[in-house]
Design a protein around this ligand. Structure first.
Ligand SMILES: NC(=O)c1ccc[n+]([C@@H]2O[C@H](COP(=O)([O-])OP(=O)(O)OC[C@H]3O[C@@H](n4cnc5c(N)ncnc54)[C@H](OP(=O)(O)O)[C@@H]3O)[C@@H](O)[C@H]2O)c1
Length: 268
C-alpha cells in the first residue's frame, strides 16, 4: 500500500527509483539485499516492506521476526555500508496502549503483540546500525492497493443495513496520499530522528466508520461496540493516539486533518 505509492510519487517528481518487493527480493536474504543495494548505489533508502498481517504474526512468529526485524537489520546494514540515509516505517503497535494521553516519541515502547515486538526490534536495529536514519511511526494506514478500513466499511455498508464498530480504541488514520509527500520532504531535511506522523486529530474506529458512511451517502446504521465483542488473536492497543510534538517542532506538521484526508480519499 505505502511502498508502491511512494515509488509512484518519486518517479513523478523525476527521481530515479529502484523498487523492490517480494517475489523479486526477499529482505530476509542478507547477501541479496547487500548485493542489490550495492548495484543500485542509492542516495536514499525508504524501507516500507513488512510482514503486516497482525493476527497471523501471532502464529507465524519466526517469519514475523525474520521479515520485520532481520529484514530491517539487512536493509540497515546495506544503508550503512553505502553511507546512505534510511527511512524506516514503524507503528503505533510498539506502544501498549495503556497511557491515558497521546504517546510522545520518547515514551517507553512496550509492544504487546508479535507484530509490535518485531517492528520494534526493527527500530532497534536501525538505531544500533545506522548513523543517518529516520524512524517514522504511523497508524491506521489507509490507501489504495491494500486492505484498509475505509474500503472495508464501504463494502459492508453496501451489503448490510447495520454495522457494529469498536468504540474503545482511539487513534488517528494516516492517509497514504498525505503521508507520501511528508516522507519525501522529511528525507530531504537532514533532521534525522524518530517521529510520529499521522493525519491530524484523533478518533475511534466507530466515529471513523460513521464519518465514512456519512460521507459516502450510505444509509447504513453504524452502532458502537466494545473490543470484547470482537476478540482478535493479536490484541489491539486501546490508545494508539500519538503526539506529533517532535515532528512539528523539527519539520512543521503539514499533515491535513483526518477528515480532510478521508474526503480526498473518497473523491479519488
Ligand atoms: N497498514 C497499516 O495500518 C500500518 C500501520 C502502521 C504501520 N504500518 C507500517 O507501514 C509500512 C507499510 O505498510 P503497508 O500497509 O503498505 O504494507 P503492505 O501493503 O502489506 O506492503 C508490505 C510490502 O512488503 C512486502 N514484503 C513482505 N515480506 C517481504 C520480504 N520478506 N521481502 C520483501 N518484501 C516483503 C510485501 O510483498 P507481498 O505483497 O508480495 O507480500 C508488500 O509489498 C510497514 O512497515 C508497516 O509495518 C502499517
Amino acid at each position: 500500500m505505502l511502498g508502491s505509492e511512494l515509488h509512484r510519487a518519486l518517479v513523478e517528481q523525476g527521481e530515479k527509483v529502484s523498487g523492490f518487493d517480494l517475489p523479486g527480493v526477499d529482505v530476509t536474504d542478507r547477501d541479496t539485499v547487500l548485493d542489490l543495494a550495492g548495484q543500485a548505489d542509492p542516495e536514499f533508502i525508504f524501507h516500507c516492506a513488512a510482514y503486516t498481517k497482525v493476527d497471523q504474526c501471532e502464529t507465524d512468529q519466526d517469519n514475523a521476526y525474520r521479515v520485520n526485524a532481520i529484514g530491517t537489520q539487512n536493509i540497515a546494514l546495506a544503508a550503512e555500508s553505502l553511507g546512505c540515509p534510511l527511512l524506516y516505517i514503524s507503528t503505533d503497535y510498539i506502544f501498549d496502549g495503556t497511557k491515558p494521553e497521546p504517546y510522545d516519541e520518547w515514551d517507553r515502547a512496550n509492544p504487546q503483540t508479535i507484530y509490535g515486538k518485531s517492528k520494534y526490534a526493527g527500530e532497534m536495529y536501525v538505531r544500533e546500525i545506522c548513523q543517518w536514519a529516520y524512524i517514522v511511526r504511523i497508524s491506521w494506514l489507509c490507501g489504495k492497493g491494500g486492505a484498509n478500513f475505509v474500503d472495508t466499511i464501504l463494502k459492508l455498508a453496501r451489503e448490510r443495513d447495520e454495522l457494529k464498530v469498536v468504540n474503545d480504541q482511539h487513534g488517528s488514520p494516516t492517509f497514504v496520499n498525505d503521508l507520501v509527500p511528508e516522507l519525501i520532504r522529511m528525507s530531504e531535511s537532514g533532521a534525522f530522528g524518530t517521529y510520529h506522523v499521522t493525519n491530524k486529530g484523533f478518533t475511534t474506529w466507530y466515529d471513523f466508520a460513521k464519518k465514512i458512511v456519512e460521507q459516502s451517502g450510505s444509509k447504513a446504521r453504524v452502532l458502537p461496540c466494545s473490543s470484547d465483542e470482537h476478540p482478535r488473536p493479536a490484541p489491539r492497543p486501546k490508545n494508539s493516539r500519538m503526539s506529533d510534538r517532535l515532528y512539528d517542532l523539527a519539520l512543521g506538521n503539514f499533515m491535513p486533518a483526518w477528515e480532510d484526508g478521508l474526503e480526498d480519499y473518497l473523491k479519488s
